[in-house]
Write a protein that binds this ligand. Sequence first.
Ligand code: FMN
Length: 165
Amino acid sequence: MKTLITYFSLTGNTEKVARSISDAVKTEKDIIPIQDVKNIEKYDLIFCGFPVVSHSLPPVAARFIKGLPPGKKLAIFSTHGSLRGGQLAVTAMEQAVSLALNSKVLGTFSCRGKVQQKVIDDMVSQAENRAWAQEAMGADPHPDKADLEDAREFAKKIMATSSSS
Ligand SMILES: Cc1cc2nc3c(=O)[nH]c(=O)nc-3n(C[C@H](O)[C@H](O)[C@H](O)COP(=O)(O)O)c2cc1C
């Protein structure tokens, strides 16, 4: 079984999570930025990660998930400034899952990721972004050691599910 870990990352948070996931995948694997993925057909299982942007997934990640060939096993992960498990982060992940119509979604994982101060300052002044930007002020140390350990545990569970399904 060949596994792809792919991610979109603007400031490195999602890439850190992707690398932790990759550490936990002990079978044959590639880790490739989402823009550089070429031959998707050769992978059985795909971990796909993105940062939440404007309450949703970035278009490049949406296109990737929507365009996956039928029958692929998929695990989705994200990082976000808002609270882990909070409504804002959950909604973005639900949107990602809803695009995976052709795939078999084995699981999802999300954790917080530091937001640049300049972005927070801009966003708190915009009514539609105020809620997550206020929450995002506490995202500074993330993804931290515990988040990255959780990401490795997530990957192990997905690998176990994948080999039995
Ligand atoms: C332009 C922009 C918009 C963002 N919008 C949201 C958002 O709507 N909700 C949220 O929780 N975080 C939002 N964030 C924060 C990122 O999701 C978070 O910092 C993430 O960890 C960045 O990951 P990366 O370093 O892989 O790019 C936004 C960040 C940027 C730069």
